[in-house]
Design a protein around this ligand. Structure first.
Ligand code: ZN
Length: 134
């Protein structure tokens, strides 16, 4: 399966409130949505650049995945998401091609999209997300 585009780039930040002005005032983007994804213990803020989004992630729990990442690294580029028409099939095909998966079956991400992560050990250290196309 081929992805249709880069759906979003995920960037971990300590505080959405502190980071949003950079994207709005310096880069000239507009934050069009802020959403909490309880399942992933994050609050997200979205910006659009063409068809691709920037997804800022602020942890709502220090023990959550983003909380731990920010604690360890201070934040920054966290993952890249590719859009596929069929997330379940894309994950299955990745596994068939020898890729380790974090999510064997899709789960719920922000904006009501199905998502699944590939394991960084199989993706040259870039946490890679398979994401539904809207
Ligand atoms: Zn993501």
């Amino acid at each position: 399966m081929k992805p249709t585009h880069i759906e979003h780039i995920g960037i971990a930040v300590k505080s959405l409130e502190e980071a949003i002005p950079f994207y709005e005032k310096v880069l000239g983007l507009e934050c069009y949505a802020v959403e909490e994804v309880e399942e992933q213990k994050v609050k997200t803020a979205f910006f659009k650049v063409g068809q691709t989004k920037i997804e800022l992630l602020e942890s709502t729990d220090p023990e959550g995945p983003i909380g731990k990442f920010v604690e360890k690294t201070g934040g920054g580029m966290h993952h890249m998401a590719f859009a596929y028409d069929d997330v379940e099939k894309a994950l299955k095909e990745a596994e068939e091609n020898g890729c380790r998966l974090i999510d064997k079956t899709p789960r719920n991400g922000a904006e009501g999209l199905k998502i699944g992560f590939l394991h960084p050990k199989s993706t040259f250290k870039v946490l890679t997300e398979i994401c539904g196309d809207k």
